[in-house]
Design a protein around this ligand. Sequence first.
Ligand code: ATP
Length: 224
Amino acid sequence: MSRFESSFIGIFGGTFDPIHYGHLRIAEEIVEMINLREMRFVPAGMPRLRSAPVASPQHRAAMVHAAIQNNPRFVLDEREARRPGMSYSVELLRELRQEMGRNVTLCFVMGADAFMRLAEWHSWRELFQLCHIIIAARPGHALATNHDVLPQKLREECVQRWVSSAGSLEGASSGLIYVAPTTLLDISATTIRARIVAKSSVRYLLPDAVLDYIETNHLYSGEE
Ligand code: ATP
């Protein structure tokens, strides 16, 4: 089946403050592994569980646009960036489910660090009615495959949900969890922002188009 016929769509939420090669590479690999029709990047407006992003939602969305524009499988979804107030993933997924209908399978992508905190999310158990979860390992964060490290509530909810191959995700329209064997890249937006403040190079940690955007708009340097 060609990827254009695939009914699987990836949803990649994040602050993307800024987007970097850690995000882009796992997205590319997951598209290929799961044969996704598209990967939809959804920059958060105001995330609930972390401090406020440094760059505005408009700048963060523009950087995602600059980063993905040459990849036909990558799509920018600006609805959260435009929405005032908090971003809740479960509401986003409810909305996407309604728009796309039952014939589409949504695969929600997150890093292992984000997955560890899933049980703190608003209506988190409902996510399993709406989508599969795809976890990317992240250097310096406990492996999601070691279930002992998961908080008890999350571990118990997930017990029957783990699948060990991308193909097994075909077995249900939502509610399965797959740890994707993606390339480990020790890149974080926090480190990139700190390097910019310190006037150190961030070249090759993110696309040149994003770096140009940051420089043109004087982002993260404390001068904006
Ligand atoms: P910050 O350092 O500001 O927390 P971040 O680099 O973690 O930012 P986010 O936009 O918060 O980037 O991340 C969005 C999603 O991408 C999260 O689920 C996060 O776990 C995942 N992610 C980010 N960087 C990586 C990476 N290098 N490898 C795997 N997953 C990552």
